[in-house]
Ligand binder design. Structure first.
Ligand SMILES: Nc1nc2c(ncn2[C@@H]2O[C@H](COP(=O)(O)OP(=O)(O)O)[C@@H](O)[C@H]2O)c(=O)[nH]1
Ligand SMILES: [Mg+2]
Length: 239
């Protein structure tokens, strides 16, 4: 790579053949329109559909689109690998069904303030709009309530859109111990506990397709990883 881009967009991708090409195309177009130098790191793992082939094709057509492939389906591991592979001064963590340019604009604006390290797009902050089904909205509240209760989390959301200064967050990312869904929570909680300046901004959540992962199937793993986090961060004092 000639020089580091201003922005790396990191997106975990899993079985997204129906939307991945259009989502990447729309995002590339929008980033170009903003006059930014950028790269996209698409961290795919374990897909059983055409997603890897589509990503291969997209990255062959545009060197700024990078494709990371590992075998195990694991959202957190993919996100972490993507962040560690990113080169940009700033990083936006996005999801392939979101691509919310309002968040990019607002977060990059907030990050002009050199004192801010991490911006979290919250689906549950005052002013946010969340049109997902009731059960998923409740799950977000319960998850974040648990984090508040067990880990002194002070915010309203940890999962989903984030933007940060790569160099400031790298040690935090490297310290993270859990994977799957809870990695995203660990990243935000550790950043905050490490004294980094974290700001939340409300988002309007619109998914480009229906959720793919069954909510109930995620619960045992989330609980196990939250318990592990409580053990490592609070009881072992590994903050
Ligand atoms: N690499 C990878 N990406 C995943 C995995 N599960 C979900 N994703 C991606 O993570 C993002 C969010 O997934 P989604 O199904 O919308 O879950 P939600 O965050 O609960 O809405 C999308 O870009 C998915 O393609 C996984 O096991 N591995
Ligand atoms: Mg989604």
């Amino acid at each position: 790579m000639a020089s580091a881009p201003q922005l790396s967009v990191v997106i975990p991708v899993y079985n997204e053949a129906s939307i991945v090409a259009s989502a990447v195309g729309e995002l590339a177009h929008a980033l170009d329109a903003r006059g930014l130098s950028w790269e996209m790191v698409l961290a795919e793992n374990g897909s059983r559909d055409e997603t890897p082939e589509i990503l291969q094709r997209l990255s062959a057509a545009d060197a700024r689109v990078r494709f990371l492939h590992v075998e195990r389906p694991n959202y957190g591991a993919a996100l972490k690998a993507g962040i560690l592979a990113a080169h940009g001064t700033l990083v936006v963590c996005d999801e392939i069904d979101l691509g919310d340019l309002h968040f990019y604009d607002a977060a990059l604006d907030v990050l002009k303030d050199p004192k801010v390290d991490l911006v979290v797009g919250s689906k549950a902050a005052r002013g946010a709009v969340d049109r997902r089904p009731m059960l998923r909205r409740v799950a977000t509240r319960v998850h974040n309530g648990l984090l508040r209760l067990l880990l002194d989390f002070q915010g309203t959301d940890t999962h989903g859109l984030k933007a940060f200064r790569r160099e400031r967050l790298l040690p935090v990312v490297e310290a993270c111990v859990v994977d799957r869904d809870v990695f995203a929570s660990e990243l935000v909680i550790r950043a905050w506990r490490a004294g980094l300046r974290v700001l939340e901004i409300p988002i309007e959540l619109r998914e480009k397709r229906k959720p793919t992962i069954n909510l109930y199937k995620r619960v045992p793993n989330v609980l196990r990883n939250v318990a592990k986090l409580v053990w490592v961060v609070r009881l072992k004092g590994g903050a």
